[in-house]
Design a protein around this ligand. Structure first.
Ligand SMILES: NC(=O)c1ccc[n+]([C@@H]2O[C@H](COP(=O)([O-])OP(=O)(O)OC[C@H]3O[C@@H](n4cnc5c(N)ncnc54)[C@H](OP(=O)(O)O)[C@@H]3O)[C@@H](O)[C@H]2O)c1
Length: 316
């Protein structure tokens, strides 16, 4: 079944960074039948509730953007929560979607599914060729199980589930909590606060040498909808910007955008995580999609959003 603006589309996790961007993009395209439920309205770890929801509402298309997500600290301190919630959410949603006759499902994984020391840039076929980064292996193992579940349901039942692996994302609606957020929003908030206090120095966690790639979440949403419309294969597809930079370069860029004029130093006693993580996006390019929002422009726009929403952004 082709995606049309009359399709009944369930975006799971529509208030999250990714789900909100996909929902915005669908609304901009004129989607008329969006199904949206908050975590409070439907806890996706509850199998009976999820099955009942699918049987009653009968979505035609499902975009699974609900997950237990967090940075190194959150993954390290709550391993049970990360593996449990993610396994349950994806198992319940993928199975209920298949049982209730959903025509197509998009599963969102993450670049952390790949081995810690994978050759760079990371091609899709490097999956399961080496040990994972230990700081987030709980999350990664759950995501690997999710993409394998999509492949297994496609093989056994002909269920049209595709799995997409985004790189690090950022943008409006991100989590700016210092304990649980990813590096880019955490740095935006820290530089913003350091500037406001007039601090002479800002210390960034780690050595500053790891290389990372960042993609604006509006680009991600555009890629997801492009592949929802055009791709029906079993192989997973990376979604990235295609170039990376060091954390030191990222910090300098955010210092400039936020107007922080103090010194930026690094604390090598804090964990660095994977030394480099750049996705190979050849497959995505061959499927006819390219990102559009350059990093500086994306950070400027995200910083403007952060300042405008500092009160209601997820700060604490
Ligand atoms: N952010 C990134 O950099 C990034 C990178 C690669 C891949 N991804 C993938 O993109 C997907 C979404 O990530 P995100 O960054 O948008 O995360 P997010 O901002 O934390 O949003 C996740 C959403 O899922 C909801 N959720 C969590 N547990 C739930 C449950 N038990 N029942 C119902 N809803 C639940 C959350 O609702 P509450 O907040 O109310 O709990 C939230 O709205 C994930 O699969 C992630 O792996 C993200």
């Amino acid at each position: 079944m082709a995606l049309t603006m009359d399709s009944r589309i369930y975006v799971a996790g529509h208030r999250g960074l990714v789900g909100a961007a996909i929902t915005r993009s669908l609304q901009q395209r004129g989607a008329r039948d969006l199904l949206l439920r908050t975590h409070g309205e439907l806890d996706l770890t509850n199998q009976a509730d999820v099955r009942e929801f699918f049987d009653r509402e009968r979505p035609e298309i499902v975009i699974l953007a609900a997950a237990r997500v967090g940075g190194i600290h959150a993954n390290n301190t709550r391993p049970a929560l990360f593996i449990r919630d993610n396994l349950l959410i994806q198992d319940n949603v993928i199975d209920a979607a298949h049982r209730s006759g959903v025509a197509k499902l998009v599963f969102l994984g993450s670049s952390c599914i790949y081995p810690k020391l994978a050759p760079q840039p990371i091609k899709e076929e490097y999956l399961l060729t080496g040990p994972l980064e230990p700081t987030n292996e709980w999350y990664a193992i759950a995501k690997i199980a999710g993409l394998k579940m999509c492949q297994a349901y496609r093989r056994e039942f002909g269920f049209n589930a595709i799995s997409l692996m985004p790189t690090n994302l950022y943008g409006p609606g991100d989590n700016f909590d210092l304990q649980n957020s990813h590096v880019l929003p955490a740095l935006i908030r820290r530089f913003h606060e350091a500037k406001r206090r007039g601090d002479p120095e800002l210390v960034v966690w780690g050595t500053g040498t790891p290389r990372r790639e960042f993609l604006h979440v509006d680009d991600l949403a555009d890629a997801v909808l492009h592949l929802l419309e055009t791709y029906d294969g079993e192989p997973i597809v990376n979604i990235g910007w295609g170039e990376d930079l060091t954390i030191r370069e990222l910090a300098a860029l955010i210092a400039e955008v936020t107007g922080f004029e103090g010194r930026v130093t690094f604390d090598p006693s804090k964990p660095d995580g994977t030394p480099r993580k750049l996705l190979d996006t050849t497959r995505l390019s061959e499927l006819g999609w390219r990102p559009k929002i350059p990093l500086r422009q994306g950070i400027e726009q995200t910083y403007a959003w952060f300042k405008a929403h500092a009160e209601d952004a997820r700060l604490y």
